[in-house]
Design a binder for this molecule. Structure first.
Ligand code: TXA
Ligand code: MG
Length: 316
Protein backbone atom coordinates (compact mmCIF):
# COMPACT_ATOMS: atom_id res chain seq x y z
CA UNK A 1 0.00 0.00 0.00
CA UNK A 2 1.17 3.54 -0.86
CA UNK A 3 0.29 6.42 1.46
CA UNK A 4 1.46 9.47 3.36
CA UNK A 5 0.59 8.25 6.86
CA UNK A 6 3.60 8.45 9.19
CA UNK A 7 1.59 6.75 11.97
CA UNK A 8 0.97 3.69 9.79
CA UNK A 9 4.59 3.56 8.70
CA UNK A 10 5.69 3.69 12.35
CA UNK A 11 3.27 0.94 13.29
CA UNK A 12 4.62 -1.48 10.68
CA UNK A 13 8.22 -0.68 11.63
CA UNK A 14 7.50 -1.30 15.32
CA UNK A 15 6.11 -4.72 14.34
CA UNK A 16 9.38 -5.61 12.64
CA UNK A 17 8.00 -5.11 9.11
CA UNK A 18 9.60 -3.29 6.18
CA UNK A 19 8.51 0.17 5.05
CA UNK A 20 9.82 2.09 2.02
CA UNK A 21 10.80 5.61 3.04
CA UNK A 22 11.36 8.73 0.95
CA UNK A 23 14.64 10.59 1.27
CA UNK A 24 16.12 13.45 -0.74
CA UNK A 25 18.49 11.01 -2.50
CA UNK A 26 16.54 7.84 -3.34
CA UNK A 27 13.81 5.78 -1.61
CA UNK A 28 15.06 3.46 1.12
CA UNK A 29 13.82 0.02 2.17
CA UNK A 30 13.62 0.55 5.92
CA UNK A 31 13.52 -1.64 9.01
CA UNK A 32 14.18 -1.20 12.74
CA UNK A 33 17.99 -1.09 12.76
CA UNK A 34 18.14 -2.65 16.25
CA UNK A 35 16.06 -5.70 15.27
CA UNK A 36 18.22 -8.33 13.51
CA UNK A 37 15.22 -10.28 12.24
CA UNK A 38 13.69 -7.21 10.62
CA UNK A 39 17.07 -6.33 9.12
CA UNK A 40 17.44 -9.85 7.73
CA UNK A 41 14.21 -9.41 5.80
CA UNK A 42 15.72 -6.36 4.04
CA UNK A 43 18.45 -8.58 2.59
CA UNK A 44 15.93 -11.27 1.62
CA UNK A 45 13.49 -8.85 0.01
CA UNK A 46 16.17 -7.10 -2.05
CA UNK A 47 18.06 -10.27 -2.84
CA UNK A 48 21.10 -8.54 -1.44
CA UNK A 49 24.18 -10.44 -0.27
CA UNK A 50 24.64 -10.10 3.50
CA UNK A 51 28.28 -9.05 3.03
CA UNK A 52 27.02 -5.65 1.78
CA UNK A 53 26.37 -3.50 4.89
CA UNK A 54 23.46 -1.05 5.40
CA UNK A 55 23.18 2.65 6.28
CA UNK A 56 21.60 3.56 9.63
CA UNK A 57 19.29 6.63 9.46
CA UNK A 58 18.26 8.91 12.34
CA UNK A 59 16.71 12.36 12.75
CA UNK A 60 19.82 14.11 14.11
CA UNK A 61 23.48 13.83 14.96
CA UNK A 62 22.43 13.70 18.62
CA UNK A 63 20.17 10.67 18.15
CA UNK A 64 23.01 8.84 16.39
CA UNK A 65 25.42 9.51 19.26
CA UNK A 66 24.66 6.34 21.17
CA UNK A 67 25.19 4.11 18.14
CA UNK A 68 28.71 5.24 17.28
CA UNK A 69 31.82 4.76 19.41
CA UNK A 70 33.76 7.72 18.20
CA UNK A 71 33.16 10.70 15.92
CA UNK A 72 36.45 12.06 14.55
CA UNK A 73 36.48 15.86 14.38
CA UNK A 74 36.30 15.98 10.58
CA UNK A 75 33.24 13.70 10.69
CA UNK A 76 31.58 16.04 13.19
CA UNK A 77 32.38 19.07 11.04
CA UNK A 78 30.85 17.42 7.95
CA UNK A 79 27.76 16.35 9.90
CA UNK A 80 27.30 19.88 11.23
CA UNK A 81 27.76 21.38 7.77
CA UNK A 82 25.65 18.98 5.70
CA UNK A 83 23.06 17.12 7.84
CA UNK A 84 20.27 16.66 7.19
CA UNK A 85 21.59 15.93 3.71
CA UNK A 86 23.06 13.54 1.10
CA UNK A 87 26.10 12.52 3.14
CA UNK A 88 26.85 9.19 4.86
CA UNK A 89 29.64 8.85 7.43
CA UNK A 90 31.39 5.55 8.15
CA UNK A 91 32.61 5.58 11.76
CA UNK A 92 33.42 3.09 14.56
CA UNK A 93 30.29 1.17 15.51
CA UNK A 94 28.66 1.07 18.94
CA UNK A 95 27.60 -2.30 20.47
CA UNK A 96 23.85 -1.72 20.05
CA UNK A 97 23.99 -2.02 16.26
CA UNK A 98 23.53 -5.68 15.22
CA UNK A 99 26.41 -7.25 13.24
CA UNK A 100 24.02 -8.03 10.39
CA UNK A 101 23.60 -4.30 9.72
CA UNK A 102 27.34 -3.76 9.27
CA UNK A 103 28.15 -7.16 7.73
CA UNK A 104 30.38 -7.83 10.72
CA UNK A 105 32.53 -4.72 10.14
CA UNK A 106 33.72 -2.72 13.15
CA UNK A 107 32.31 0.43 11.52
CA UNK A 108 28.77 1.64 10.86
CA UNK A 109 27.47 3.92 8.10
CA UNK A 110 25.19 6.68 9.46
CA UNK A 111 23.12 9.42 7.85
CA UNK A 112 20.47 12.05 8.64
CA UNK A 113 18.30 12.24 5.50
CA UNK A 114 16.75 15.51 4.42
CA UNK A 115 13.09 14.74 3.90
CA UNK A 116 10.33 16.19 6.12
CA UNK A 117 8.16 13.03 6.21
CA UNK A 118 11.04 10.71 7.03
CA UNK A 119 12.49 13.10 9.62
CA UNK A 120 9.06 13.24 11.31
CA UNK A 121 8.82 9.43 11.14
CA UNK A 122 12.29 9.00 12.66
CA UNK A 123 11.46 11.45 15.47
CA UNK A 124 8.38 9.41 16.37
CA UNK A 125 10.40 6.18 16.77
CA UNK A 126 12.70 5.09 19.57
CA UNK A 127 15.01 3.25 17.17
CA UNK A 128 16.95 4.25 14.03
CA UNK A 129 16.06 2.89 10.58
CA UNK A 130 18.45 0.68 8.60
CA UNK A 131 17.80 1.19 4.89
CA UNK A 132 19.48 0.38 1.59
CA UNK A 133 17.99 1.79 -1.61
CA UNK A 134 14.55 0.23 -2.23
CA UNK A 135 15.40 -1.64 -5.46
CA UNK A 136 16.20 -5.26 -6.24
CA UNK A 137 19.97 -5.69 -5.82
CA UNK A 138 21.89 -4.39 -8.83
CA UNK A 139 18.97 -2.56 -10.50
CA UNK A 140 18.40 1.21 -10.75
CA UNK A 141 17.58 2.95 -7.43
CA UNK A 142 13.99 4.26 -7.06
CA UNK A 143 13.31 8.01 -6.99
CA UNK A 144 9.48 7.87 -6.79
CA UNK A 145 7.01 5.82 -4.74
CA UNK A 146 5.80 4.25 -7.99
CA UNK A 147 9.31 3.01 -8.82
CA UNK A 148 9.30 1.19 -5.47
CA UNK A 149 5.77 -0.14 -5.97
CA UNK A 150 6.63 -1.49 -9.43
CA UNK A 151 9.27 -3.84 -8.03
CA UNK A 152 8.67 -4.33 -4.31
CA UNK A 153 5.00 -3.38 -3.97
CA UNK A 154 3.88 -6.95 -3.31
CA UNK A 155 6.73 -7.72 -0.93
CA UNK A 156 6.26 -4.96 1.67
CA UNK A 157 3.22 -3.71 3.60
CA UNK A 158 3.72 0.06 3.20
CA UNK A 159 5.39 2.64 0.95
CA UNK A 160 5.55 6.11 2.50
CA UNK A 161 5.01 8.48 -0.43
CA UNK A 162 7.13 11.60 -0.19
CA UNK A 163 7.00 12.59 -3.86
CA UNK A 164 9.97 12.79 -6.23
CA UNK A 165 13.44 12.64 -4.68
CA UNK A 166 15.01 16.08 -5.00
CA UNK A 167 18.65 15.01 -5.25
CA UNK A 168 18.04 11.83 -7.24
CA UNK A 169 21.32 9.96 -6.68
CA UNK A 170 22.51 8.21 -3.51
CA UNK A 171 24.43 9.91 -0.71
CA UNK A 172 28.16 10.49 -0.83
CA UNK A 173 29.90 8.08 1.56
CA UNK A 174 32.96 9.24 3.53
CA UNK A 175 34.84 6.74 5.69
CA UNK A 176 36.78 7.67 8.83
CA UNK A 177 38.20 4.22 9.35
CA UNK A 178 41.78 5.05 8.34
CA UNK A 179 43.90 8.03 9.25
CA UNK A 180 42.57 10.25 6.45
CA UNK A 181 38.93 10.72 5.47
CA UNK A 182 38.23 8.63 2.37
CA UNK A 183 35.35 8.90 -0.07
CA UNK A 184 33.98 5.41 -0.78
CA UNK A 185 31.10 6.46 -3.01
CA UNK A 186 30.52 9.65 -4.98
CA UNK A 187 26.98 10.93 -4.58
CA UNK A 188 24.60 13.78 -3.97
CA UNK A 189 27.12 15.91 -2.07
CA UNK A 190 30.03 16.99 -4.28
CA UNK A 191 33.68 16.35 -3.49
CA UNK A 192 34.20 20.09 -3.85
CA UNK A 193 31.70 20.84 -1.05
CA UNK A 194 33.33 18.27 1.25
CA UNK A 195 36.86 19.53 0.65
CA UNK A 196 35.73 23.12 1.25
CA UNK A 197 34.92 22.09 4.85
CA UNK A 198 37.64 19.57 5.85
CA UNK A 199 40.32 19.94 3.17
CA UNK A 200 41.71 17.27 0.86
CA UNK A 201 40.21 13.79 1.16
CA UNK A 202 41.28 10.47 -0.34
CA UNK A 203 39.08 8.53 -2.77
CA UNK A 204 38.77 4.73 -3.05
CA UNK A 205 35.95 3.97 -5.42
CA UNK A 206 36.74 0.62 -6.95
CA UNK A 207 37.12 -2.53 -5.00
CA UNK A 208 35.62 -5.28 -7.04
CA UNK A 209 37.21 -8.14 -5.13
CA UNK A 210 36.21 -6.96 -1.70
CA UNK A 211 33.08 -4.87 -1.84
CA UNK A 212 33.61 -3.44 1.60
CA UNK A 213 32.48 -0.54 -0.41
CA UNK A 214 29.15 0.70 -1.47
CA UNK A 215 27.18 0.01 -4.56
CA UNK A 216 30.77 -0.24 -5.52
CA UNK A 217 30.41 -3.57 -7.12
CA UNK A 218 31.44 -2.83 -10.66
CA UNK A 219 28.14 -3.71 -12.26
CA UNK A 220 25.38 -1.85 -10.49
CA UNK A 221 22.63 0.71 -10.99
CA UNK A 222 22.04 -1.10 -14.25
CA UNK A 223 19.03 -1.10 -16.56
CA UNK A 224 18.15 -4.44 -18.14
CA UNK A 225 19.19 -3.24 -21.58
CA UNK A 226 22.87 -2.92 -22.45
CA UNK A 227 24.03 0.67 -21.86
CA UNK A 228 27.05 2.24 -23.58
CA UNK A 229 28.76 5.35 -22.23
CA UNK A 230 30.28 7.55 -24.96
CA UNK A 231 31.02 11.07 -26.16
CA UNK A 232 28.15 13.32 -27.28
CA UNK A 233 29.18 12.96 -30.95
CA UNK A 234 29.13 9.20 -30.76
CA UNK A 235 25.81 9.10 -28.90
CA UNK A 236 24.27 11.39 -31.54
CA UNK A 237 25.42 8.98 -34.24
CA UNK A 238 24.36 5.79 -32.47
CA UNK A 239 20.99 7.05 -31.23
CA UNK A 240 20.00 7.85 -34.81
CA UNK A 241 20.22 4.14 -35.75
CA UNK A 242 17.19 1.85 -35.45
CA UNK A 243 16.73 0.02 -32.13
CA UNK A 244 18.80 2.50 -30.16
CA UNK A 245 17.94 5.13 -27.59
CA UNK A 246 19.99 8.10 -26.35
CA UNK A 247 20.48 9.76 -22.98
CA UNK A 248 21.88 13.27 -23.38
CA UNK A 249 23.11 15.80 -20.85
CA UNK A 250 21.88 18.95 -22.65
CA UNK A 251 19.54 19.86 -25.44
CA UNK A 252 20.35 20.74 -29.08
CA UNK A 253 18.48 20.70 -32.42
CA UNK A 254 20.09 17.36 -33.44
CA UNK A 255 18.64 15.71 -30.34
CA UNK A 256 15.10 16.82 -31.28
CA UNK A 257 15.24 14.74 -34.45
CA UNK A 258 15.87 11.50 -32.56
CA UNK A 259 12.86 9.39 -31.67
CA UNK A 260 13.97 7.58 -28.52
CA UNK A 261 16.13 10.10 -26.73
CA UNK A 262 15.87 11.87 -23.39
CA UNK A 263 17.67 15.00 -22.15
CA UNK A 264 18.76 15.12 -18.49
CA UNK A 265 18.89 18.91 -18.26
CA UNK A 266 18.10 21.08 -21.31
CA UNK A 267 20.04 23.97 -19.80
CA UNK A 268 23.01 21.90 -18.60
CA UNK A 269 22.38 22.01 -14.83
CA UNK A 270 24.13 19.09 -13.08
CA UNK A 271 21.66 19.11 -10.17
CA UNK A 272 18.72 18.79 -12.50
CA UNK A 273 20.55 16.05 -14.40
CA UNK A 274 21.06 14.06 -11.17
CA UNK A 275 17.38 14.47 -10.28
CA UNK A 276 16.31 12.95 -13.60
CA UNK A 277 19.01 10.29 -14.04
CA UNK A 278 17.42 7.16 -12.55
CA UNK A 279 13.87 7.93 -13.71
CA UNK A 280 15.09 8.43 -17.28
CA UNK A 281 17.12 5.20 -17.21
CA UNK A 282 13.94 3.38 -16.17
CA UNK A 283 12.03 5.04 -19.03
CA UNK A 284 14.69 4.02 -21.54
CA UNK A 285 14.43 0.47 -20.21
CA UNK A 286 10.74 0.40 -21.21
CA UNK A 287 11.07 2.00 -24.69
CA UNK A 288 11.03 -0.20 -27.81
CA UNK A 289 14.83 -0.13 -28.22
CA UNK A 290 17.54 -2.75 -27.73
CA UNK A 291 20.46 -0.66 -26.52
CA UNK A 292 20.90 2.60 -24.62
CA UNK A 293 23.63 5.13 -25.51
CA UNK A 294 24.48 7.65 -22.80
CA UNK A 295 26.55 10.82 -23.05
CA UNK A 296 29.40 11.22 -20.56
CA UNK A 297 28.93 14.37 -18.46
CA UNK A 298 31.59 16.91 -17.43
CA UNK A 299 33.74 15.42 -14.65
CA UNK A 300 32.99 18.04 -12.00
CA UNK A 301 30.58 18.51 -9.08
CA UNK A 302 27.63 16.13 -9.41
CA UNK A 303 28.80 15.23 -12.93
CA UNK A 304 31.40 12.98 -11.33
CA UNK A 305 28.77 11.01 -9.39
CA UNK A 306 26.50 10.79 -12.44
CA UNK A 307 29.38 9.48 -14.60
CA UNK A 308 30.20 6.96 -11.89
CA UNK A 309 26.60 5.62 -12.00
CA UNK A 310 26.57 5.52 -15.82
CA UNK A 311 29.92 3.74 -15.91
CA UNK A 312 28.77 1.08 -13.44
CA UNK A 313 25.54 0.67 -15.43
CA UNK A 314 27.45 0.28 -18.68
CA UNK A 315 28.79 -2.59 -20.75
CA UNK A 316 32.58 -2.56 -20.63
O1 TXA B 1 21.35 7.88 -0.33
C1 TXA B 1 21.57 6.80 0.22
O2 TXA B 1 22.65 6.53 0.74
C2 TXA B 1 20.43 5.77 0.20
C3 TXA B 1 19.28 6.31 1.07
C4 TXA B 1 18.17 5.30 1.23
O3 TXA B 1 19.78 6.73 2.31
N1 TXA B 1 20.89 4.50 0.66
C5 TXA B 1 21.72 3.72 -0.05
O4 TXA B 1 21.99 2.51 0.54
O5 TXA B 1 22.19 4.04 -1.13
P1 TXA B 1 22.70 1.29 -0.20
O6 TXA B 1 22.61 0.18 0.75
O7 TXA B 1 22.08 1.08 -1.53
O8 TXA B 1 24.18 1.75 -0.30
C6 TXA B 1 24.91 1.95 0.87
C7 TXA B 1 26.31 1.50 0.71
C8 TXA B 1 26.43 0.00 0.58
O9 TXA B 1 26.71 -0.40 -0.74
C9 TXA B 1 27.54 -0.40 1.52
O10 TXA B 1 28.55 -1.13 0.86
C10 TXA B 1 28.07 0.93 2.07
O11 TXA B 1 27.03 1.85 1.89
N2 TXA B 1 28.36 0.77 3.49
C11 TXA B 1 27.48 0.60 4.48
N3 TXA B 1 28.12 0.42 5.66
C12 TXA B 1 29.43 0.48 5.40
C13 TXA B 1 30.61 0.34 6.19
N4 TXA B 1 30.55 0.12 7.51
N5 TXA B 1 31.81 0.45 5.57
C14 TXA B 1 31.88 0.67 4.23
N6 TXA B 1 30.80 0.80 3.43
C15 TXA B 1 29.59 0.69 3.99
MG1 MG C 1 21.76 0.63 -3.51
Amino acid sequence: MIGKDIGKAAEWLRKGQLVAIPTETVYGLGANALDSEAVLSIFETKNRPTFDPLIVHADSLDSLGKYVLDLPWQARKLAEAFWPGPLTLVVPKGPQIPDLVTAGLPTVAVRVPNHPLTLALLSSLDFPIAAPSANPFGYISPTTANHVAAQLGDAIPYILDGGDCQVGIESTIVSFEGSIPTVLRLGGLSLESIEAVIGKVATTLHSSSNPQAPGMLKSHYAPRKPLYLASREEVLEQAALPGRGGLFFTDSPEVHDLSHSLVLSPGGDLREAAQHLFGYLRQLDTLPIETIWAEKLPDQDLGRAINDRLLRASVR
